[in-house]
Write a protein that binds this ligand. Sequence first.
Ligand code: ADP
Length: 264
Amino acid sequence: LKASPALFRDEAGRISGAIVVFQDITESQRLEDMRREFVANVSHELKTPITTIKSYSETLLCGALEDKELSKNFVEVIENEADRMSSLVKDLLQLSHMDYEKVVWEMHHLDLREIVTDSVRKLEVHFQNKNQRLNMQISDEAVPIYADRGKIQQVIINLLTNAIKYTPENGNIRISAQVVDKNAIFEVQDSGIGIPKEDIKRIFERFYRVDKGRSRAQGGTGLGLSIAHNIIKQHKGSIKVSSELEKGSIFTVYFPVDNSVDIL
Ligand code: ADP
């Protein structure tokens, strides 16, 4: 709370009145703190790959180029770091477009089941690479939503990629799509590392990660869930998380069922 006092004096200079304005600055302070933290995060996230690219290319120029095998390794590192920067910038631009309402949402009558099976197919190799068992529980009936296909696919892919990343080899991942009451529900459950209770409410914040090192090692930008959350909100949906450490997590996404068409 900020207090700004002012005194009023008469012609003789005597105090004739006073006024104190109390202003609640907690909200504006909070926004300013968030902005600063965001800029610090972006700078830090970009600085790390730039430093690596710079030092590896310097070493190459200082003679390592002569060694073919070593050069190949170094160039691969440089490429990986450039990829990391590129996904970070892509994610940031997407968030910024949503913040400034520049996104053109291509809304259509869709069946959520198709988007789910399509997304799973796209990630098949990743599940296989970690030998994770997939349990698909897709409703026999249509799961109609009115949505932007590409964006919903992104939500699903972000959640599935997290399930793969944060679940050890040979783990289990269950995916379901169904209508319950007036909701079209997509759920992904993993048998992974889980999320500590105190962190659950923060994982949708930009750049928030439970374990920065682990997330980076997996190629994460710390923005995937914020993007997913924004897209879900835009579709008038919601997302719920329940998780237990060392046991796994469940992410449940609810969209309003699209009743505007009888048969898809
Ligand atoms: P990241 O790129 O770090 O994965 P996200 O925004 O997708 O960024 O997720 C934020 C954080 O939430 C992750 O760094 C991780 O700590 C936690 N998290 C997300 N999904 C899971 C999951 N399925 N299991 C455990 N932790 C998760």
